[in-house]
Ligand binder design. Structure first.
Ligand code: ATP
Ligand code: MG
Length: 300
């Protein structure tokens, strides 16, 4: 379950983009002080007992009741968790026929955009820190036996960019959106190569193992400065790629390439635990990092 937010507590502002069956707006949430939200985000003191928080409003497209239930499922998943690298979901607001997820606004936006835009400033150590923070969020979920289901660079948000000297990035993994058990086969195929192969065939295969595959693909995006493997391929080419159990391109930094390979095991039970992944990432020292940013050989 999740906190219910009244429609007069939120104000909708500019449109930020579209997601899977959603529209995203910047917004403001008015909360009473002393309420359960002990928040350190940007806020403006209004008077002694309320303040405004900057939030995003994820407005679900109108549609079938199943989709709304899947959206609520995600809201309640996110309400059960508390981790510095997971985005904070304030609750859900039902505004007439609209269902709206109210979520912490993360200042510097999605990682995929940052990887492309700031690639000249991003160092191997920076990428490594992001990878470690993501592994720690996913290890937390694994310990709680919770599955995210939509790990990708687009769904990682930067609370701090960390591109100035002496600073480091700080990420928050966003909510997974509408759970993919209700997505069409076409939408699932569209998520290749992030979606785990076993989940294209059968939606009930969603498990922590699926998050490991997606984590591997996200590491590839990080290594390749936000370039998306198989982006130019058609849906049927993508499907065939998985059917033939082909391998995605490898980054030249061996330790990360090895880790990605372990995650991209077509046998879900062969993938390492996030606890192991996190330990391996922690043991690799930043001074070992040479050249994780370049693409080896043919990329398409
Ligand atoms: P999906 O379930 O496919 O991830 P979504 O509804 O989460 O869909 P996204 O495509 O992930 O939609 O997000 C759309 C855009 O909204 C992002 O590109 C990003 O710019 C912005 N955005 C999303 N969440 C936040 C957030 N918490 N803080 C700031 N910006 C955000
Ligand atoms: Mg998203």
């Amino acid at each position: 379950s999740f906190h219910q937010i009244r429609k007069n507590e939120i104000t909708q502002k500019s449109h930020l983009g579209q997601g899977t069956r959603t529209n995203i707006y910047e917004g403001v949430l008015r909360v009473s002080c002393g309420a359960e939200h002990d928040v350190d985000y940007d806020y403006r003191e209004l008077n002694n007992n309320s303040r405004d928080l900057r939030v995003i409003l994820k407005v679900l497209d109108p549609g079938h009741q199943d989709i709304a239930l899947a959206f609520f499922e995600t809201a309640s998943l996110m309400s059960q968790v508390s981790n510095i690298h997971l985005v904070f979901v304030h609750g859900v607001c039902v505004r007439e026929s609209e269902n709206i997820m109210v979520e912490e606004f993360v200042e510097h936006g999605p990682l995929d955009v940052c990887l492309r835009k700031d690639k000249s400033l991003i160092t191997p150590g920076w990428k490594f820190t992001v990878a470690r923070q993501l592994a720690s969020a996913l290890s937390y979920l694994e310990d709680k036996r919770l599955v995210h289901g939509n790990v990708c660079a687009k769904n990682i948000l930067l609370a701090r960019k960390g591109l100035e000297d002496g600073s480091s990035p700080f990420i928050k993994l966003s909510d997974p959106g509408v759970t993919f058990t209700v997505l069409s086969r076409e939408e699932r195929v569209d998520r290749i190569p992030w979606i785990a192969p076993e989940c294209v065939r059968n939606v009930s295969s969603l498990s922590t193992a699926a998050d490991k595959w997606s984590f591997g693909t996200t590491l590839l995006e990080i290594c390749f400065n936000g370039e998306v493997p198989l982006k130019e391929r058609t849906a049927s080419e993508k499907e065939r790629f998985y059917e033939k159990e082909l391998g995605l391109p490898e980054p030249s930094f061996k330790e990360l390439a090895d880790l990605i390979n372990l995650c991209h095991n077509y046998n879900p039970s062969g993938r390492p635990s996030f606890r192991t992944i996190l330990r391996d990432l922690t043991q690799l020292q930043p001074h070992d990092l040479s050249d994780i940013g370049s693409i080896s050989s043919d990329y398409s």
